[in-house]
Write a protein that binds this ligand. Structure first.
Ligand SMILES: [Zn+2]
Length: 127
């Protein structure tokens, strides 16, 4: 595995492990780690709550990145109990929306499978 993705995989995996907060909310089913074009790493966990109130691990990692005034993602990975997960459609859009250069972002979607966001999001919503 690519050395950077090895590091990101490890960081995302370390965050993963379902935790029950109460009868309605659990979190950390999925962990995400991303590396910016500056080489900084940001992480996030998902929150699962009823009625779409929760959010994906990628959203949390992107918020952490934006908090640090960065928006260009070089590499990103999400890991759950079953292993590496491709980003959902909403996350694909968010990655694109925070910086259109992110169409070149490398996304690990399975062990030894890296694709660009452009491949995952052809004909993006907003240019
Ligand atoms: Zn998502």
């Amino acid at each position: 595995m690519d050395q950077d993705f090895e590091t990101l995989y490890k960081k995302a995996s370390e965050l993963t492990g379902v935790k029950e907060l109460n009868k309605s909310v659990s979190y950390a089913h999925v962990g995400c780690a991303l590396m910016t074009d500056q080489g900084n790493i940001y992480t996030g966990i998902c929150i699962d709550a009823p009625c779409g109130i929760g959010f994906c691990a990628e959203h949390a990692a992107i918020a952490e990145m934006l908090k640090n005034n960065e928006s260009k993602i070089a590499k990103i990975i999400a890991v759950g109990k079953t292993g590496i997960l491709p980003p959902c459609g909403r996350c694909r859009e968010l990655i694109k929306l925070v910086n259109s250069d992110n169409m070149k972002t490398q996304v690990m979607i399975a062990k030894d499978t890296i694709v660009t966001l452009e491949e995952l999001l052809p004909n993006a919503w907003i240019a």
